[in-house]
Design a binder for this molecule. Structure first.
Ligand code: GLC
Length: 602
């Protein structure tokens, strides 16, 4: 990295954060990360698939938005069975996306704009077309046989017969987690699709190979990693059977692989071999399905420094029942209880990542907001509430435009392996009719987030000059970056202001967090406090006006309004009134404070 770029970052960090050596090392506390899903971001070579050239051409857009870090979903060579989360070569770029030279240029151009780049690294599994797996599969005596989880059929059962799988575990992408290999008469483990065999992290040679590869990327200049499902790498080596789920052909084995017995030791070893001597330079984010607050504290405690922050899933599963396809409705009180618990749990030790959206989640404005008459208001309010929490916010491409769920009409319009497997499994077994299965996909499918980025009102939304790999959302003529950038009241400019606020207002980064009104069904409210500065953050999660009853409402009504529209009705004594889906941030100084205590029980 060029010294002047480093200096710019340093001065940015010291301008905007408390002058404390610990915090300047943890530069990511005041950063905002932007996630790019490359195949859907921008296509520069007219093949209908986004690529590195497309990203390079849009760096100025990202600089205007003001983000500090780009997280690139996988761009390595891959058969694309799970769109890059099935890697067949860890040290190259898929020609679909470009070349290593182009990657280096992109990294350089991003750094020139003071934007760091982190790679998405998928090391719980490889592609079944990775040379490691091909070698492992080739013969039982292969030195790489033990790099994956191979097991014989269940004792006394015919190889390949139903129920002969070594354990009863379900794959996260439907069906059994084991695939039978005719060549050797054994099965291999795949927690995701059969095209994604799990690596055996018990084998030190596997770990060594992974660490070398990670160092190779850091030496190239990348600024860290988002580590895919990293808390699944340690399996209970006994591979016990899991608990059966009602009406399901396979069982839940997660207690034997989520945060398994050696997870902390593996991550500490990784820290030592990969990140030693690079402290304060990298960002390490661990995607961790099923992680609890207590575990997250252990993972992110700077004393052990296994990862800088984790992606937890609780707050994006609140509207789901037995599975993600089972929609049970959304209750704001659950969201407050969940996020409030995470804020409290990581208040003293550790750090939160903050997100509503990514390439695995439906669009947030269609989910917890209102994507019809209040699309703009609710997208802004959701952003305000999230970005004002304590933690590092993540924006998924298009979220800053208030992009909505797709409007797929038939199953043929879906592309995602998880969605298509689910459709086949539940229609095939008669658990659901095709109509019911389609309705579930429309609501929860990952493809909702993967429609092309909407750049302008031109053909294919300016994403490509050819038909894209997945259809463009028809609302692109109204919702697009060109229109948003030209409109000072747009969702885009609201995100820009939120990012700027984080860069300039230390209380947003370092302030304590106090949840208010935990039982209110309409309003999300909290206080941030640092020294003698206090912020009040309010969000109306409903299409009706909402009253916010606070002992010191009249005082807040006189405070500086940092974000939000000036109130239309105002405080009558103890009440502030919010418009439908309105978000507001007030700021006040509190010299000699002590009059009001906000420590509500959560
Ligand atoms: C992570 C990724 C997801 C992928 C899965 C398997 O959850 O975010 O897209 O399908 O891991 O790699």
């Amino acid at each position: 990295m060029a010294p002047e770029t480093e200096a710019r970052w340093r001065s940015r960090a010291t301008d905007s954060t408390v002058l404390n050596e610990d915090f300047t090392n943890q530069w990511w506390r005041s950063a905002v990360v932007y996630q790019i899903y490359p195949r859907s971001f921008a296509d520069s070579n007219a093949d209908g698939v986004g690529d590195l050239g497309g990203i390079a051409a849009r760096l100025d857009y990202l600089a205007v938005l003001g983000v500090d870090v780009l997280w690139l979903s996988p761009v390595y060579p891959s058969p694309q069975a799970d769109y890059g989360y099935d890697i067949s070569d860890y040290r190259a770029i898929d020609p679909l996306f470009g070349s290593l030279d182009e990657f280096d240029r992109l990294l350089h151009s991003a750094h020139e704009r003071s934007i760091r780049v982190i790679m998405d690294i998928v090391v719980n599994h490889t592609s079944d077309e990775h040379p490691w797996f091909l070698e492992s599969q080739s013969e039982k005596a292969s030195p790489r046989r033990d790099w994956y989880w191979w097991r014989p059929p269940r004792y006394g059962m015919e190889p390949g017969a139903p129920g002969a799988e070594p354990t009863n575990w379900a794959s996260i992408f439907s069906g059994s987690a084991w695939e039978f290999d005719h060549g050797s008469g054994e099965y291999y483990l795949h927690l995701f699709s059969r095209k994604q065999p799990d690596l055996n992290w018990e084998n030190p040679a596997v770990r060594h190979a992974v660490y070398m590869m990670m160092r190779w990327w850091l030496d190239r200049g990348v600024d860290g990693f988002r580590m895919d499902v990293i808390n699944l790498i340690s399996k209970d080596p006994g591979l016990p059977d899991g608990h059966h789920l009602p009406h399901q052909p396979y069982a839940d084995g997660s207690e034997y692989y989520v945060c398994g017995p050696r997870i902390h030791s593996f991550l500490q070893e990784m820290r030592h071999h990969v990140f030693a001597g690079r402290q304060g330079k990298c960002l390490i984010v661990g995607e961790m399905p099923g992680v609890t607050v207590d575990e997250a504290r252990l993972f992110t405690d700077p004393a052990s420094a296994e990862v800088d922050m984790v992606f937890q899933f609780e707050h994006v599963q609140l509207d789901q029942g037995v599975s993600k396809w089972d929609y049970v409705g959304f209750d704001l009180r659950d969201l407050k209880a969940s996020l409030g618990r995470w804020q409290a749990g990581l208040a003293e030790v550790g750090w939160n990542s903050l997100y509503w959206s990514n390439h695995d989640q439906p669009r947030i404005v269609s989910r917890y907001g209102n994507d019809k008459e209040y699309r703009v208001a609710s997208a802004k309010m959701l952003a305000t509430v999230l970005h004002l929490h304590r933690g590092t916010p993540y924006i998924f491409q298009g979220e800053e435009l208030g992009m909505t769920n797709a409007l797929f009409e038939t199953v043929n319009e879906f592309r995602d392996i998880e969605s298509l497997n689910q459709y086949a499994a539940i229609t095939g077994s008669g658990v659901a009719t095709p109509g019911e299965a389609l309705a579930a996909l429309r609501l929860m499918s990952r493809d909702n987030a993967r429609t092309p980025m909407q750049w302008n009102a031109g053909p294919w939304a300016g994403f490509s000059t050819s038909p894209p790999w997945i259809q463009v959302n028809p609302n692109y003529s109204e919702i697009n970056a060109a229109a948003a950038m030209a409109d000072p009241d747009s969702v885009f400019h609201h995100y820009r202001k939120l990012i700027e606020l984080r860069h300039t207002e230390p209380v947003v980064v370092h302030g304590s967090f106090h949840m208010l009104l935990p039982h209110d069904e309409q309003v999300y409210a909290f206080i941030r406090r640092l020294g003698d500065v206090e912020l009040l953050v309010l969000g109306n999660f409903s299409s009706a006006h909402a009253g916010v009853d606070l002992a010191d409402a009249a005082e807040w009504a006189r405070a500086e309004l940092l974000l939000g529209t000036p109130p239309e009705l105002e405080s009558s004594g103890r009440r502030l009134v919010l418009r439908p889906w309105e978000g507001r941030v007030y700021r006040r100084g509190i010299p000699g404070r002590g009059a009001v205590e906000y420590l509500d029980p959560i």
